[in-house]
Design a binder for this molecule. Structure first.
Ligand code: SF4
Length: 313
């Protein structure tokens, strides 16, 4: 493909997502000299990215992987310190009609928010892959290769069909991509840059105020981004127990307010409108009460039992 534009034939019963035919965004294609890497993990990744010869010139610091590798020395975590299965299309029959079935994580095998009701936690804990000892970053070179193959070549790729339609990617599935550790590793920041470059739409699912930090907001494109902030309750003693590692709910509401002032990003779960978020937030908390009745009862008895977040699916 020479001009990297996609012409999609839209079946009659499918409405094309706005912006299907778009050139690459020139913002990230400046050819500033990029650092080279030769560490045990960064070296092979850098070679992959270099071999792509992509128009997108990343300035990602691949040495973060070497730093993590050195940190564990002779006791590398089971499964390694790079998370590989980070993008997936949910194929189960009951997922087929869901707008959120194409999903991506920037960290895997854990989430520091550690919610009591998390389905990923219950699924991975029994396999001893939950926060053992921490969530690990995804392979940025593999991410780059997917987008490069689909949008800069004609080669086959298992996600070509769905990505060519620019089916929105759900960011945050088995882990929250906006954990504050991303300030250090910047993997989510890199994903946002890649999505902006390829003009790829996405829906952020988060429980974190990090999304409204200036260095993240500067990467969000309101034409591509939709944001869903999950606020399960504004009862802080309760949230400290059911979402022990997650940011304070008032910080999350504050982040929504910041985002709303800056641009017309999406809405919070259960239609919390950000114009009058205080009163609507109370309404949302009432909506969530039936689900949390179980947790509250356990809380009173001073023992939180495992639950499931599938109610939010
Ligand atoms: S923020 Fe999401 S992924 Fe992280 S523990 Fe909570 S429910 Fe699980």
């Amino acid at each position: 493909m020479d001009n990297f534009e996609l012409q999609i034939t839209t079946p009659q019963n499918v409405i094309a997502f706005p912006g299907v035919t778009l050139p690459l965004n020139p913002v990230e294609s400046k050819s500033n000299k990029r650092k080279t890497y030769s560490g045990p993990i960064s070296g092979p990744m850098y070679q992959v990215v270099k071999s792509l010869n992509s128009k997108y010139q990343d300035h990602f610091d691949y040495s973060i992987y070497d730093t993590l590798f050195e940190r564990f020395g002779n006791e590398q975590p089971r499964g390694g310190m790079v998370y590989k299965s980070f993008i997936k299309l949910l194929e189960a029959e009951d997922c087929k009609n869901c707008f959120h079935r194409f999903e991506i994580d920037t960290y895997g095998r854990g989430c520091v928010f550690n919610c009591a009701y998390c389905y990923a936690k219950s699924y991975l804990s029994v396999r001893k892959y939950w926060n053992e000892p921490m969530p690990f970053p995804v392979d940025i070179s593999a991410l780059r290769k997917i987008f490069y193959t689909v949008f800069e070549t004609d080669k086959n790729h298992k996600f070509r069909k769905i990505m060519a339609k620019r089916t929105p990617l759900r960011i945050g599935s088995m882990s929250d991509s906006f954990m504050w550790i991303d300030k250090k590793y910047k993997v989510t920041q890199e994903l946002l840059k890649v999505l902006r470059f390829y003009r790829y739409p996405y829906i952020i699912f988060t429980r974190s105020d990090l999304v409204a930090e200036p260095e993240y907001m500067s990467l969000l494109d309101s034409k591509l981004a939709s944001i869903q902030m999950s606020v399960s309750s504004i009862n802080q003693p309760l949230t400290r127990i059911i979402e022990p590692g997650a940011p304070d709910p008032m910080k999350r509401l504050g982040a929504l307010q910041t985002l709303a002032k800056a641009a017309s990003f999406g809405k919070a779960d259960a239609s919390v409108s950000v114009e009058d978020f205080e009163s609507k937030a109370k309404t949302f908390v009432q909506f969530s009460l039936p689900f949390f009745t179980e947790v509250l009862r356990d809380y009173d008895e001073n023992s939180i039992g495992p639950s499931s977040s599938s109610e939010f699916c």
